[in-house]
Design a protein around this ligand. Structure first.
Ligand code: PHE
Ligand code: ZN
Length: 867
C-alpha cells in the first residue's frame, strides 16, 4: 500500500468559509462526454473562518475554465490539483462560473454522473457531487438549485432533475432541453439528474390538506409491470407519514427512477429518488415475499427522508445517524404498522444481533456518531443505521409514542432548512419531552455492545432481581462509562400466567437491584421484552423456564428468543463436543417436547411459528463463542436440524401438504406467513432427504405461481444429490434469463451450495455470461452470496474461499472502490475465528492490502490488520 490518505476528525469541524446561495447548473450531455457549466452566487460566511483561499472539492474531471464575475481567471489566481480547485483570495461576494468536462461513459465507480444501461444518472451522497463540478462538497453548504439539461431527444427523451420542471424546448440538431427549479435549499449530496429513454408508471396522491401530488415511477421500457407494488408502497408511506407524524409532502411531484447499476439500495434526492431496481421491482412471478417487504420498506424509507434528512439535514458526515438512524426508525415503525408486528420486530432484532453486534465487537467497531474516518463511504454501516435506529427507539420508549412524535415535530420545525447535529436533535427531544438525556448521550459516543447480566434470588414470596452492565473495550476506547439502559421485565408463574405486568427498569449504573414481592412461588423472568435496548443479555433460565416462556410469553420477541436459547444450549454443547473430537450429542427430550407443544399449539401468526422453529443462524451461534470453530458450528447445526426433522417427519410432511391447497398469490401477512411455514417444512425435509421430497420440489419449481415457493423448492434441492437439483437450476436459468434480478437469485443459490466444490463453482460463474463484474447486484449475489451465505465454503480448510474473495476484491478495487471495500470487510473479523481459519483469513486480508489502491479498501484493510 502506498500514499497517505487524510483522516478527518469530528472535533476538527469548522464552518465553511464561503457560502453558495444559488447554484445554476447547465448540463450539455454529448454522446461521449458531458459538459457542465456551473454558476454560483457566493458570499463569505460571516460565521466562517477568516481564510484567504477558498478550496472547492473536485476529482476525476477536466477543468475547462473558471471565472469570477464574468472574468476568466489567470493561472496565478487559482490552483487545480487532483482533488481540489483552490481560488486564491476571492472577493467577499461574487459570481463564480466553473466549466468542467466529465466522462460518464467510463465511470464505473457509480458515483457522480454515470451510465446504467441506457440511463444516465447521478449518485452524489456522500461526495459524488465533486465528480460533477468543483464545489464545497459538504452538507452544511445549502443552496437553491436551477438545473438545465440539454441532450439528444432520441437517446434521452426523458430529462429529470430536482424540483419542478419550469421550461422545456428544442435545442436544434435533434436535441432538446429542460429546466428544473428546486425551491428548497439543499446540500449538494441531494442533487440528482437523470436522462434516458424511460417508461413511466403514473399515479397521484391527495394530501389531507387537499393538494394533489403527481407520482411517477420511471424504469427502462418493458418493466412497468414490475412497478405497481412500489407505487402502492409509496402511497402507503405518504398516508402513514401524514397520519402518524402529520407530515405532508412539500412539492407538486415526486419521481422515482429505478436503475440496474447502483451501489446501495436507494437514494433520497429531493423529489427525484434514484433506486436500485432490486428495491423497486416486485411481481409475484419474479419476487419473493421478502423482496415485496424490502421494496415496501425502502420506498418508505426514502420517502421519509424528505423530512428527516432533506428538510433538516446533517451538518457534517459524522452526523450521518441523525438522518439515517431516525429514518430507519421511522421505517421500522411503518413496517410494524403494516402487520405481523412480532415477526417484523424479530427481524429487526436479528439484524442487530447477527450483523451489528459482530461489527461492534470487531476491528471496525465505531460509535453511532464516529470520531474519525478516511473514506466516508465506509461508514454507511449497520451501526450508524440500525444501532442508530435502536437509540431513537429507546428515546421513544422513554418518552412514550405521542410525546416522542411531538418531539420529532419540534425538531423539524426548529431546524427546518438547516444542517444540524445529533446533539441538536437530542436537545430538541429534551426540550419537547422534558426527558433528561444527559447520560443517554453516551450511546452516541461509546462503541461496543453492553453486556447486561440478570441474576435472581427468590426467597419467601420475594424476588430480588440484580442487573449488571459492562461494555468491552473497542478500538480507541479502552474504558467505558455506564450506559442508561432500559430493560423491560415481566414475571410469569409456573402455569405460564403473567404475575407482574411489563415494567421498564432503568439500569444506569454498573449494578442495580429491584425487588418484586407478594409472589406465590418462584417466577420466570421475561427480560428485555421487545428488545428494549441493543445489549447482550446474560440470562440463563433453565430449560423448563425457557419452555414456559416459549409457550406462554405474550411478547413474541421473548417467545422466539426462548426458543432460540433452547436451541442454542444444544448447539453450544454440540460445538464443544465437535471441537473436542467427540460425537455430537443428541438433543434433550425437553427440547423435543417444547417443539411438539409448539406444533400442536401454534401461534395465530404463522410467520411467528416459522421464526420460532428456525434454528439460530451460523452467525448467531458464533456469537456464543470467543473463538468460533466454524466447521463445528455448521456440523452441530446440521445435526440438530436432522434430529428435529427425523423426530417430526410426519408433522413437517403435513405442513408441506397443507400448502398444496393454496389460492393464487397475494402478498399479505396471512399468506406470506403460510408460505414461510411451508418453506421451513421443505427445509427440514431436505435436511434428511425425505422420501419424495426431491420430486415434489422439482415439480414445485416448475409449477409454482410465485417466486417465494419456487425459491423454497430450489433452496431445498440445492444441496441434495441426484439429477433433480441440476434440472431445476438449469430450467430456472433458462426461464428467467431475461430477468437480471432473478438471475441474481440463481447466482446466490449456487454461491451458497454446501457441496465441497463451491469455490470452484463460484470461480466458474465469474466467467459466466450471466455474471457481470461491473454490476454491484451481480457481485453482491455471487461473491457476497458466497462469503456471507456459505460459511462452510468461505472458510474451507484449504483457504480457497478466502483466496477467491481476496483476489476479487483486488480486481474490483480498480473499478468500484466502494463495493470492493464492502467486500473486503468480510475478511476483517478474522480474530473472531479459531485456528487455523483465523491466520488464513488474516493472510488473505494482508494479500488484499498489497493489491489495492483506493482509500476505501485501504482503510478497511488497515483497520482489519491493526494490532
Ligand atoms: N442515503 C441512502 C439511504 O437511505 C443510502 C445511500 C448512501 C445511497 C450513499 C447511496 C450512496 O439510505
Ligand atoms: Zn437512509
Amino acid at each position: 500500500m502506498t500514499g497517505n490518505p487524510q483522516r478527518k476528525y469530528r472535533a476538527d469541524y469548522q464552518p465553511p468559509a464561503w457560502l453558495i446561495d444559488d447554484v445554476e447548473l447547465d448540463f450539455d450531455i454529448g454522446s461521449a462526454q458531458t459538459h457542465v457549466r456551473a454558476t454560483h452566487s457566493v458570499r463569505r460566511n460571516p460565521e466562517g473562518p477568516a481564510a484567504e483561499d477558498w478550496r472547492l472539492d473536485g476529482r476525476d474531471m477536466t477543468l475547462v475554465s473558471v471565472a469570477i464575475d464574468g472574468r476568466r481567471l489567470g493561472e496565478s489566481e487559482y490552483t487545480c490539483g487532483d482533488s481540489a480547485l483552490v481560488l486564491h483570495g476571492p472577493p467577499e461576494a461574487f459570481t463564480l462560473t466553473v466549466e468542467t468536462r466529465i466522462d460518464p461513459e467510463h465511470n464505473l465507480s457509480l458515483e457522480g454522473l454515470y451510465r446504467s444501461g441506457d440511463i444516465l444518472c447521478t449518485q452524489c451522497e456522500a461526495t459524488g457531487f465533486s465528480r460533477i463540478t468543483y464545489f464545497p462538497d459538504r452538507p452544511d453548504v445549502m443552496s437553491r438549485y436551477v438545473t438545465r439539461i440539454t441532450a439528444d431527444a432520441q437517446a434521452h427523451p426523458v430529462l429529470l432533475s430536482n424540483g419542478d420542471c419550469v421550461e422545456t424546448g428544442s435545442a436544434g440538431a435533434g436535441r432538446h432541453y429542460a429546466v428544473f427549479e428546486d425551491p428548497f435549499v439543499k446540500p449538494c449530496y441531494l442533487f440528482a439528474l437523470v436522462a434516458g429513454d424511460l417508461g413511466v408508471l403514473r399515479d397521484s396522491h391527495t394530501t389531507p390538506s387537499g393538494r394533489t401530488i403527481d407520482l411517477r415511477l420511471y424504469t427502462e421500457h418493458g418493466n412497468e409491470d414490475q412497478c405497481a407494488h412500489a407505487m402502492a408502497s409509496l402511497k402507503q408511506a405518504m398516508v402513514w407519514d401524514e397520519a402518524t407524524y402529520g407530515l405532508e409532502y412539500d412539492l407538486d411531484s415526486y419521481a422515482i427512477v429505478a436503475v440496474g447499476s447502483f451501489n446501495m439500495g436507494a437514494m433520497e434526492n429531493k423529489s427525484l429518488n434514484v433506486f436500485n431496481t432490486a428495491c423497486i421491482f416486485a411481481a409475484p412471478e419474479t419476487a419473493t415475499d421478502d423482496d415485496f417487504a424490502l421494496v415496501r420498506d425502502v420506498v418508505a424509507h426514502e420517502y421519509f427522508h424528505n423530512y428527516t434528512g432533506n428538510r433538516v439535514t446533517c451538518r457534517d458526515w459524522f452526523q450521518l445517524s441523525l438522518k439515517e438512524g431516525l429514518t430507519v426508525h421511522r421505517e421500522h415503525q411503518f413496517a410494524i404498522d403494516q402487520g405481523s408486528p412480532g415477526v417484523t420486530r424479530i427481524e429487526q432484532v436479528r439484524a442487530i444481533r447477527e450483523v451489528q453486534f459482530p461489527e461492534d465487537a470487531g476491528p471496525r467497531a465505531h460509535p453511532v456518531r464516529p470520531e474519525s474516518y478516511v473514506e466516508m463511504n465506509n461508514f454507511y454501516t449497520i451501526t450508524v443505521y440500525h444501532k442508530g435506529a435502536e437509540l431513537i427507539r429507546m428515546m421513544e420508549a422513554m418518552a412514550g409514542r405521542d410525546a416522542f412524535i411531538a418531539g420529532v415535530r419540534h425538531y423539524l420545525a426548529k431546524h427546518d432548512g438547516q444542517a444540524v447535529t445529533i446533539e441538536d436533535f437530542v436537545v430538541a427531544i429534551e426540550e419537547s419531552t422534558g426527558l433528561d438525556l444527559a447520560q443517554f448521550r453516551r450511546w452516541y459516543a461509546q462503541a461496543g455492545t453492553p453486556r447486561v447480566g440478570v441474576q435472581t434470588d427468590y426467597r419467601e414470596g420475594a424476588l430480588a432481581l440484580t442487573l449488571t452492565q459492562s461494555t468491552p473495550a473497542t478500538p480507541g476506547q479502552p474504558d467505558k462509562a455506564a450506559f442508561d439502559i432500559p430493560v423491560s421485565v415481566a414475571l410469569f408463574d409456573e402455569a405460564g400466567r403473567m404475575v407482574r405486568e411489563p415494567e421498564v427498569l432503568r439500569l444506569d449504573t454498573a449494578q442495580a437491584e429491584w425487588c418484586f414481592d407478594g409472589l406465590a412461588g418462584e417466577p420466570t423472568v421475561s427480560a428485555l421484552r421487545g428488545f428494549t435496548a441493543p445489549v447482550r443479555l446474560d440470562h440463563a433460565p433453565d430449560d423448563a423456564a425457557l419452555a414456559r416462556l416459549m409457550a406462554h410469553d405474550s411478547d413474541p420477541v421473548c417467545r422466539w428468543d426462548a426458543a432460540q436459547s433452547l436451541f442454542l444450549k444444544t448447539l453450544v454443547a454440540g460445538v464443544a463436543a465437535r471441537s473436542g473430537g467427540e460425537a455430537l450429542p443428541e438433543p434433550s427430550e425437553r427440547l423435543f417436547e417444547a417443539i411438539a407443544h409448539l406444533l400442536s399449539n401454534p401461534p395465530a401468526d404463522r410467520a411467528l411459528l416459522a421464526a420460532m422453529l428456525t434454528l439460530p443462524s451460523v452467525a448467531r451461534i458464533g456469537e456464543e463463542f470467543d473463538a468460533i470453530d466454524i466447521h463445528a458450528v455448521c456440523a452441530a447445526r446440521d445435526h440438530l436440524k436432522q434430529a428435529i426433522a427425523t423426530r417430526f417427519l410426519e408433522e413437517f410432511e403435513a405442513l408441506r401438504a397443507d400448502h398444496a391447497a393454496l389460492q393464487a398469490y397475494v402478498f399479505d401477512v396471512e399468506e406470506a406467513g403460510r408460505r414461510r411455514v411451508f418453506r421451513l417444512a421443505l427445509d427440514y425435509l431436505a435436511a434428511v432427504d425425505a422420501p419424495g421430497l426431491r420430486e415434489c420440489a422439482l415439480e414445485l419449481s416448475r409449477t409454482a405461481d410465485n417466486m417465494t415457493d419456487r425459491m423454497a423448492a430450489l433452496e431445498a434441492l440445492r444441496d441434495l444429490p441426484g439429477e433433480a437439483r441440476d434440472t431445476a437450476l438449469a430450467e430456472f436459468a433458462e426461464r428467467w434469463a431475461d430477468y437480471p434480478l432473478v438471475m441474481d437469485k440463481w447466482l446466490r443459490l449456487q454461491a451458497g451450495t454446501r457441496r465441497a466444490d463451491s469455490v470452484e463453482q463460484v470461480t466458474a460463474l465469474l466467467d459466466d455470461a450471466r455474471f457481470d463484474f461491473t454490476n454491484p447486484n451481480r457481485v453482491r449475489a455471487l461473491l457476497g452470496g458466497f462469503a456471507r451465505g456459505n460459511p462452510a465454503g468461505f472458510h474451507r480448510a484449504d483457504s480457497g474461499g478466502y483466496t477467491l474473495i481476496a483476489d476479487q476484491v483486488v480486481r474490483l478495487d480498480a473499478l468500484n472502490p466502494q463495493l470492493a471495500a464492502a467486500l473486503a470487510g468480510l475478511l476483517t473479523p478474522w480474530r473472531r475465528h479459531a485456528e487455523p481459519e483465523a491466520s488464513a483469513m488474516r493472510a488473505a486480508l494482508a494479500r488484499v492490502g498489497e493489491g489495492v489502491h483506493s482509500d476505501n479498501t485501504r482503510e478497511i484493510v488497515e483497520a482489519g490488520l491493526a494490532e
